[in-house]
Design a protein around this ligand. Structure first.
Ligand SMILES: Cc1cc2nc3c(=O)[nH]c(=O)nc-3n(C[C@H](O)[C@H](O)[C@H](O)COP(=O)(O)OP(=O)(O)OC[C@H]3O[C@@H](n4cnc5c(N)ncnc54)[C@H](O)[C@@H]3O)c2cc1C
Length: 420
């Protein structure tokens, strides 16, 4: 039995490594438990530019700059007819190096983050699965972990940071998960070598979001290094898996046929990986912290992947929580209030993204909106950048909803009678 560290972090994904590294940077003892052996596969490959700031604090920026990861300067949308919007170039809002970001292979990126955490003094234990967290009332009183060798251990840290992703150890234990009924989605995807890229250095690494016919869902198209493109369809779970006998391959290519903008870019012979799938119901925990514990990243909440916001939310919640934990350790205040003091601002930002997600699924048309309200482009770009923790953004909603109403009314107009 080893002495308990001050802080235990559950999960070695981006959120967990962020919090663990920043807390260790302040000289605290931190142990991180990760059930897998890295590198391991994970989905979530496209960054938002505002991840620049946490990456800088983590000491990861130079590592990213010297990596082979594809540089991303923009996002572009195509509507259900295959018509493509102008790219949203991030530098148009802010000509700073932070507006260039990356498309990564998560197995490689997450491994880099785990190594970086070790370099900053985090005691990282891989193949170590957290079995349970103990509570007395609302206060956590300990954590039980099983190591690969079959040995189990109970520790009594002052703080537990839950970054266990969709496993959501504490949220499930305390039954805090609230599902978003409007966002019951699923994804099916694979990887393609040599698939078409946009011409020109600025556009070659762009994320493309390509809508299915009748707006039933969308494809992501994420160019990665090694000449590989990640291509996946996201749509309602009931729609995508309506035919229970259909294989993932059949579902994937059925939807390619429904999406002219993807169909012209990939070829079945270019596939270089298996087909993968994930249900991705959006959810959020009804609480963010308690006495001696705090939730970050997907362990707190998961939002639809349409705008690639998962990593940005993982980094930002990891950063906010690390600062709250360090301040709490300094003043010996590890109460729910102290550990979750950052919650209201964070949730406001997450809610802005959620509104923007729901608008997309209601049939939002980016090209039309920007033509009608060109001066609102900077707000849309801010939402795509991940610069969502500021109130100034809120002036975008009124025009967005107005255009949305207009589009809905247009859809409801009777069709002109066909000539007889
Ligand atoms: C289809 C799809 C596409 C996506 N695309 C994007 C995208 O393009 N861009 C983007 O930013 N986001 C994307 N996301 C979201 C992104 O994947 C997540 O938001 C992000 O990985 C969250 O990071 P995290 O550290 O919170 O959790 P994770 O990355 O899931 O890390 C959690 C870690 O905890 C470990 N763990 C779990 N339980 C235990 C336990 N009991 N004991 C020890 N360890 C444990 C897991 O092994 C894992 O390594 C996508 C998600 C989906 C489903």
């Amino acid at each position: 039995m080893s002495a308990s560290p001050e802080v235990v972090v559950i999960g070695g994904g981006p959120a967990g490594c962020t919090a663990a590294t920043l807390i260790a940077q302040k000289g605290h003892s931190v142990r991180l438990f990760e059930r897998e052996k890295f590198p391991r596969f994970h989905i979530g490959e496209s960054f938002m530019p505002d991840t620049y700031f946490p990456l800088r604090r983590l000491g990861m920026l130079d590592k990213m700059k010297s990596s082979a990861f594809t540089k991303k300067y923009s996002v572009q949308f195509a509507n259900d007819q295959g018509k493509e919007s102008q790219p949203f170039y991030f530098f148009e809002n802010n000509p700073h190096e932070c507006t260039q970001t990356w498309q990564v292979l998560r197995s490689e990126f997450d491994h880099m983050m785990l190594i970086n955490a070790r370099e900053h003094g985090v005691d990282v234990r891989e193949e170590a699965r957290v079995l349970d967290v103990y509570f007395e009332g609302d206060r956590q009183t300990g954590i039980r972990v099983a190591y690969k060798e079959g040995v189990e251990e109970t520790l009594n840290p002052k703080v537990i940071v839950d970054a266990s992703g969709q496993s959501s150890v504490i949220s499930n234990r305390l039954k805090l998960k609230v599902w978003e009924q409007k966002l019951k989605k699923a994804a099916v995807w694979s990887y393609f070598k040599g698939a078409k890229r946009e011409p020109g250095a600025l556009d070659a690494g762009a994320t493309l979001v390509l809508q299915l016919k009748e707006k039933l869902g969308w494809f992501w198209y994420i160019p990665q290094h090694n000449d590989i493109v990640s291509v996946g369809v996201v749509a309602g779970l009931d729609y995508l898996f309506a035919n229970k006998d259909a294989s993932l391959e059949e579902i994937f290519w059925r939807e390619v046929d429904n999406c002219p903008a993807v169909k012209r870019r990939i070829d079945p012979d270019q596939r270089c990986d298996i087909y993968r799938t994930q249900k991705e119901y959006s959810y959020r925990s009804s609480r963010l912290s308690g006495d001696g514990w705090v939730l970050i990243g997907d362990a707190f909440g998961f939002l639809d992947p349409i705008y690639s916001s998962g990593l940005q939310l993982a980094f930002s919640s990891g950063t906010y929580a690390a600062d709250a934990v360090c301040a709490g350790l300094a003043t010996n205040d590890l109460s729910e209030r102290q550990l979750g003091a950052w919650g209201p601002e964070f949730i406001k930002g997450m809610d802005r993204l959620k509104k923007f997600v729901l608008i997309y699924y209601d049939g939002f048309n980016f090209g039309y909106f920007i033509r009608k309200y060109p001066h609102m482009k900077r707000h849309v770009t801010d939402l795509l950048i991940g610069n969502v923790f500021k109130d100034a953004l809120d002036e975008v909603w009124e025009p967005l909803y107005e255009v949305q109403r207009e589009l809905v009314e247009k859809r409801m107009e009777p069709m002109p009678m066909a000539a007889s």
